[in-house]
Design a protein around this ligand. Structure first.
Ligand SMILES: NC(=O)c1ccc[n+]([C@@H]2O[C@H](COP(=O)([O-])OP(=O)(O)OC[C@H]3O[C@@H](n4cnc5c(N)ncnc54)[C@H](OP(=O)(O)O)[C@@H]3O)[C@@H](O)[C@H]2O)c1
Length: 241
């Protein structure tokens, strides 16, 4: 198994891409701390992970709330013993023309997508630094690589995550901690359905497609790494095309 004896804290693991990553990692021998706000969805993820024979703790937490995050990270570390992998996946999307965005929508997007990743990473890092081991995978988006109409704040948040990813990769290399990001195009989930209702998603990727890439990153040779993986629908055009 590719992740035998490893542990992972995954945010947004109640459904969609986060749940698929939890299951893909668990299938390869990894124990999980699953984070989201909705307990019933975490319960379902937990049942599926236990069905694969792995240990899991469900932690209800709003990652944009500093007090929630501190307690959540302590509980995760206590249950898992150590955190080898952090997947910053929880996200929020609000797609509309810039002038129609409210300040609340602007703040919510940055609070979850950017500040949430900051808070969780800061909570988990001290132990990784002390152990000189760890791997952080950020789930960004194609919206972090290029402009997309009506996605100004989402693009801003995902460009921010890519900047954070690259800078942290430099800062944390001396501590033997690797940091990379996946930038998926369209994936069929609740987030994309709510942000783009009615759009034909018949050839969109599945959460499992992204999970497969996360597993690839998590199981890379210790001698090799990468920075950002742009994962796109087979039917879409290449970057710059
Ligand atoms: N779907 C796509 O097309 C697509 C493409 C590129 C990138 N992405 C990125 O992929 C990631 C996962 O999205 P998804 O499509 O899988 O969406 P999803 O199915 O809606 O799942 C989002 C997860 O994040 C959790 N979450 C949201 N806000 C949270 C908060 N404040 N605190 C803790 N957990 C929170 C949700 O649970 P609760 O609501 O219970 O908290 C849920 O478990 C996001 O970062 C998204 O930007 C998605």
């Amino acid at each position: 198994m590719l992740l035998e004896g490893k542990t992972a804290l995954i945010t947004g693991a109640g459904r969609g891409i986060g749940r698929a990553i939890a299951l893909a990692f668990a299938e390869q021998g990894c124990d999980i701390a699953a984070v989201a706000r909705t307990a019933s969805e975490l319960d379902e993820t937990a049942a599926q992970v236990r069905g694969l024979g792995r240990r899991i703790i469900s932690l209800t937490c709003d990652i944009s709330e500093p007090d929630h995050v501190a307690g959540m990270a302590r509980a995760a570390a206590k249950f898992l013993g150590k955190i080898d992998l952090l997947v910053n996946n929880a996200g929020y999307a609000c797609f509309k023309p810039f002038m129609e965005l409210t300040l609340e929508e602007w703040r919510r997007t940055l609070d979850v997508n950017l500040t949430g990743a900051f808070l969780v990473t800061r909570a988990v890092l001290p132990d990784m630094i002390a152990r000189r081991a760890g791997h952080i995978i950020n789930i960004s988006s194609v919206s972090g690589l290029r402009p997309i109409m009506n996605q100004s704040v989402y693009c801003a948040s995902k460009h921010g995550i890519n900047g954070l990813t690259a800078t942290l990769a430099m800062e944390l290399k001396p501590h033997n901690i690797r940091v990379n990001a996946i930038c998926p195009g369209g994936v069929s989930t609740r987030l994309s359905e709510e942000a783009m209702p009615g759009r034909d998603k018949s050839d969109w990727m599945t959460p499992e497609d992204v999970a497969h890439t996360a597993l690839y990153l998590a199981s890379m040779s210790a001698r090799a790494t990468t920075d950002i993986i742009y994962l796109r629908r087979f039917g879409s055009v290449p970057l710059g095309g």
